[in-house]
Design a binder for this molecule. Structure first.
Ligand code: GLC
Length: 634
C-alpha cells in the first residue's frame, strides 16, 4: 500500500504545474539558467530576451515582477525580496535611509538589488521614487521650482534641462525610475496638487512634456546611461478635473474625486497630454489616478475608478493610443475599488494595470493574484502581457548588465552647475502682475524693508514633496532663501518677519506672503483651514508696510491667492510660486539682473467662489487671465 502511495505521490509531484512549484531541484526547467541563456545576451533584441525569460518563469516569479513594496517593509528583512521574487521597491515621500546622503541611498538600493540578484533568474529590481521637483527626498539635491512655476516659464528646453539634471542626481543615488512628471491639467486651483501641474491648458502641459525627454533621453539606448531614468506620466487621467466636494476619500474635497464630464471634454482636456506623452515622448510608465470619471452623457451617475477602468486603461490607452510601457498603480489605489481584496486585485489586473504599488502587503498581493490565476479569474495571457512590459523596461534600462548603481555622477548632486540651472528656472518663472510707477526693478542704493515669514524660510519656498511627503517649514535643505538672495544684492536691508520693526525712512518695502507646505488632498481648500485667502499675518504685513512706503508683494505659494481687495494698496505684485532651493533667483528679477518674463499658467480668480475658472469658460472674468504677465523692461 505504502509503495502505491509513494508512487502516486511522485506522479502527482511531477504533474504539479511549474506554476506552483518553486525552485525545486526535481524539474530541470527550474534550475538556474546557464550563462549563455538568450535573455542574458545583451546583443539580442529586447523582445527576444523578454520572450526567452518569460518562457522560463514560474507563475510566482511572474507575479513577483508585478509586485512593488515600500522599502520600509523590506528594510527589516531584505531576504523577503528573494523569497517573493519581488520585482520593484519604492521610497514613498520621506522614506529615506539614515543618514540621508547620496552614498547611503546608493548603498541602500544596491543592498536590495543584491537580494534580487540572488534569485534563480537574477531579475533585477526597479526602484521608484517621486523626484517631482528634483531628487527631492535626498537632502542636498538640487530642488527645482514646482511644476506650476515651470509652466510659468513657458520654456520647454529649460524643463528638459531640469529633468535631465533630476535624472542624473536620482540615478547616481540609486533609483532608476521616477514617478514624474505629473501631466495633470489643473482645472480647480483649490486642489492640493495644483502646484504639481504645469497649468490649466492641456496644450501648455503637452509643451512641458519635454521633461520626459530630459528624464529618459530621446532614444531607447539613452535609458541605460547613468544620467537617465524611466519616467512616469501621472495620474491618468483627469486627476485635476474633479468636481469640488466629490471626493469620497476622507476629508478631501477635490483630490481623488470624480470627474463629472462628457467624453469630448475628457478627451480634449484630460486625455490629450497622455497622447503626446506616449506617441511623441514614449513615456515608459503611466500611473492611473485615484480619481473616477462619470460620463454624464449616459446620466446614470456611475463613477468608475481609473484603476478599474478597462475601457480607458486597455481599450483607449494601450490599444488605441498605443502605450507600450507599463501601468503602475498608485499607493494602495486598488484597495479603493469595490469588493474584497481578491475582487480588487482581479478587477485591476483585468482592467490593464501591470504593476501594483502595494507598499506593505506584497506577500498578500502575490498570493491573491496567484490564486486568481489558478482559479481562472485572470488569464495567463494578461499576466504575460504585464510581465513582458515590465521586463522590457528593465532590459532597456540596462539593469541585467548593470544592476548596481553607477556612481559616476554622484559628485554632481547639488553642484553649483545644477543649482545655476535651478536659479535660472526660478527667475524665468516669476510672473509680474502689477508694476505701478515702475517700482520694479529695485536699485541696490534704495533703503529696503523686508517683511513676511516666507521671505526667509527655505522649507516654505520649496513646498510639499521636499525631504518629506508633506514638506515642512524651516531650514530643511541647503540652498538660499529669498531674503539671502536679496541681501546678496543689498546687504543693508532691514528684515522684520512680522513688520514689528519701525517702518520710517525706507524707500520701498518687500512683503513676502503665501502658503506653508502641503501635499495632495491635505492641501485641498475646504480641508481644515486651507483657503486661497491671505493669512491674517500676511494681511497685517501688507497693511503695515504698504501703509508706510512704496511696496512690492511677493507671493510664495502653490496657487493663486485672493488679492483683489489688497491690490490697490500694493505698487508691484509678483507671483513667485514655490521656487525650491535657489531663492536667490527671486532676487535676480527683483533687482533687474533678469527681466520679468513669466506668464500665468492658470487663471487668477477674483474670489475663491470663482473657482474653477479656466481659459475658454463662458463669461470668463478672472482678476488676471491665463497667459498674463508684465515685463519690467521698456
Ligand atoms: C502618492 C501619489 C503619487 C505618488 C505615489 C508614491 O499617493 O498620489 O503621485 O507617486 O503615492 O509616492
Amino acid at each position: 500500500m505504502i509503495g502505491t502511495l509513494l508512487a502516486t505521490a511522485a506522479l502527482v509531484a511531477a504533474a504539479v504545474p511549474a506554476a506552483t512549484a518553486r525552485t525545486s531541484g526535481s524539474d530541470p526547467a527550474l534550475a538556474a539558467p546557464s550563462a549563455n541563456a538568450p535573455y542574458l545576451n545583451p546583443r539580442l533584441p529586447v523582445a527576444a530576451r523578454v520572450h526567452d525569460l518569460l518562457g522560463r518563469m514560474t507563475l510566482q516569479e511572474k507575479v513577483g515582477q508585478m509586485t512593488q513594496a515600500e522599502r520600509s517593509s523590506m528594510a527589516t528583512d531584505p531576504t523577503q525580496i528573494t523569497d517573493l521574487d519581488l520585482g520593484s521597491l519604492l521610497s514613498g515621500g520621506g522614506s529615506t535611509p539614515t543618514p540621508n546622503t547620496p552614498v547611503a541611498w546608493a548603498d541602500m538600493v544596491d543592498g536590495f538589488q543584491a537580494q534580487a540578484m540572488s534569485t534563480r533568474l537574477r531579475i533585477p529590481i526597479l526602484y521608484g521614487i517621486d523626484s517631482v521637483h528634483g531628487d527631492n527626498n535626498l537632502v542636498g539635491a538640487t530642488i527645482f521650482p514646482q511644476n506650476i512655476a515651470m509652466g510659468a516659464t513657458r520654456d520647454p528646453k529649460l524643463v528638459e534641462q531640469e529633468e535631465h539634471i533630476t535624472a542624473t542626481e536620482t540615478r547616481a543615488s540609486g533609483p532608476q525610475w521616477v514617478f514624474a512628471a505629473c501631466d495633470c491639467v489643473v482645472r480647480d486651483d483649490r486642489w492640493g496638487r495644483t502646484y504639481e501641474s504645469y497649468g490649466e491648458d492641456p496644450k501648455l502641459v503637452e509643451e512641458m512634456e519635454t521633461g520626459i525627454d530630459g528624464f529618459q533621453g530621446t532614444s531607447v539606448k539613452d535609458l541605460a546611461s547613468p544620467d537617465h531614468v524611466l519616467a512616469t506620466s501621472k495620474h491618468f487621467a483627469g486627476d485635476g478635473d474633479t468636481s469640488y466636494g466629490s471626493s469620497t476619500n476622507g476629508t478631501y474635497t477635490l483630490d481623488q474625486g470624480i470627474d463629472i464630464v462628457d467624453w469630448k471634454h475628457f478627451k480634449d482636456i484630460d486625455l490629450a497630454p497622455y497622447v503626446t506623452a506616449v506617441q511623441q515622448h514614449h513615456v515608459g510608465s503611466i500611473m492611473p489616478s485615484y480619481s473616477s470619471v462619470d460620463w454624464t452623457e449616459d446620466g446614470v451617475g456611475n463613477p468608475v475608478k481609473m484603476s478599474a477602468n478597462k475601457q480607458l486603461l486597455t481599450n483607449v490607452l494601450k490599444e488605441k493610443i498605443g502605450f507600450k510601457g507599463f501601468l503602475i498603480s498608485d499607493w494602495q489605489a486598488i484597495e479603493q475599488l469595490p469588493g474584497d481584496y481578491a475582487t480588487q486585485v482581479r478587477t485591476a489586473v483585468n482592467a490593464g494595470l501591470d504593476m501594483f504599488m502595494e507598499p506593505n502587503s506584497a506577500p498578500k498581493f502575490e498570493q491573491t493574484l496567484i490564486g486568481e490565476v489558478q482559479d481562472g479569474q485572470v488569464a495567463t495571457s494578461r499576466i504575460d502581457d504585464a510581465v513582458s512590459r515590465i521586463l522590457t523596461a528593465k532590459f532597456e534600462l540596462g539593469l541585467f548588465e548593470h544592476p548596481y548603481t553607477n556612481r559616476t555622477n554622484i559628485g554632481t548632486i547639488g553642484s553649483p552647475a545644477h543649482r545655476a540651472v535651478a536659479r535660472q528656472a526660478v527667475a524665468e518663472s516669476q510672473v509680474l502682475l502689477k508694476n505701478a510707477d515702475h517700482t520694479l526693478p529695485l536699485k541696490p542704493s534704495q533703503r529696503v524693508y523686508v517683511a513676511g515669514a516666507n521671505a526667509d524660510d527655505i522649507g516654505n519656498q520649496a513646498g510639499g514633496w521636499t525631504v518629506s511627503w508633506q514638506g515642512s517649514s524651516g531650514d530643511t535643505i541647503p540652498g538660499t532663501t529669498i531674503l539671502q538672495g536679496i541681501r546678496q544684492d543689498d546687504p543693508d536691508v532691514t528684515y522684520s518677519a512680522d513688520a514689528s520693526q519701525p517702518t520710517g525712512g525706507y524707500d520701498v518695502g518687500v512683503v513676502v506672503v503665501g502658503e506653508t507646505p502641503y501635499a495632495e488632498g491635505v492641501g485641498d481648500v475646504g480641508n481644515g483651514s486651507n483657503t486661497l485667502n491671505l493669512s491674517a499675518a500676511d494681511q497685517a504685513n501688507i497693511d503695515t508696510v504698504c501703509g508706510a512706503m512704496k511696496c512690492v508683494v511677493l507671493d510664495v505659494a502653490g496657487r493663486p491667492q485672493i488679492i483683489t481687495g489688497d491690490l490697490p494698496k500694493i505698487d508691484s505684485y509678483v507671483m513667485s510660486w514655490l521656487p525650491g532651493s535657489e531663492g536667490e533667483g527671486v532676487a535676480d528679477t527683483l533687482f533687474g539682473k533678469h527681466a520679468y518674463t513669466g506668464k500665468l499658467p492658470v487663471s487668477w480668480p477674483r474670489s475663491e467662489a470663482q473657482e474653477p475658472i479656466n481659459i475658454g469658460d463662458k463669461d470668463y472674468d478672472p482678476l488676471f487671465p491665463f497667459g498674463y504677465g508684465l515685463t519690467d523692461r521698456h
